[in-house]
Design a protein around this ligand. Sequence first.
Ligand SMILES: [Zn+2]
Length: 289
Amino acid sequence: MNFNPNYHTINHVIKSFIGSFQGITHFNYTPDELLVLNLHSTPLWLLDEFRKIIRFLEKRFNIIHPDQLEEYYYGYPLASNKPKLLFTFDDGLKNNIHALNVLNEFGYRGLLFIVPEFAETPEHDQHNYYRNHIRSYINAKIDRLPEDVSALSPEILRNLVLEGHVVGSHSYTHTMMNNDHPDKQIREIIESKNKLESWIKKPVTHFCAPFNSARSVGKEQMQLIRSHYRFFHSTFPGSNGSAKSPHFIKRVNIETFWLMGAIKFACSTAEWHRWAGQRDLFSEQIDSQ
Ligand SMILES: [Zn+2]
């Protein structure tokens, strides 16, 4: 991706500049480290960018299947001399199907975090739902097609699961807050799981809260998550290998419209340090373990 002021802010360019100079040696993860990436919208016109990102990453990481988290967190260390990497996609946008097709081309699979109420909304209303519940600012120069602001349907999800991709819950309504009433906590955390399981006919074992995890998950929510899911995915970057905690998986955000330097920056340990303060506060908030 080349610089374009329609998509890239000055901050982004600075990050990309720093990332470009970090070079290959900066990816000095131990072989047991796991980098979990999280993307959102994956528009059709950016698929070649996604292919470039995968080619860059697969040289440096062993890209794993979502089900391998089971071995990584609850079993034996995964045998490989490279650090591991997992692709996750938040919000369940219809255009994620293109990114998953690209993963299929390479022989990889992804983990999708779905908002059941978005997927259940009548198609003509999904754009509104998306703006009101999920993302208030949409850059129409990036998200150009109706599929860039509408949801994967239950039928498509079923097919994606048959292809080997994995579905997790991203809360029922994407409005989950850490001070929600207990009834709403049950809807967001438990009913979302039940609904998704009724669609895909498989257990749903991954949960990812919306927004910054500290805004959406407090101690009570974390208790519910721990007792209903095997994995909790946060919005904080950090090491997954040093203290293996399946209910506090660190993730790093990238997007397909980003400059390659910014993707290098995001995939380096620089992000671990930048987020250390907020990550530790969140850890205290949910009272880990
Ligand atoms: Zn989200």
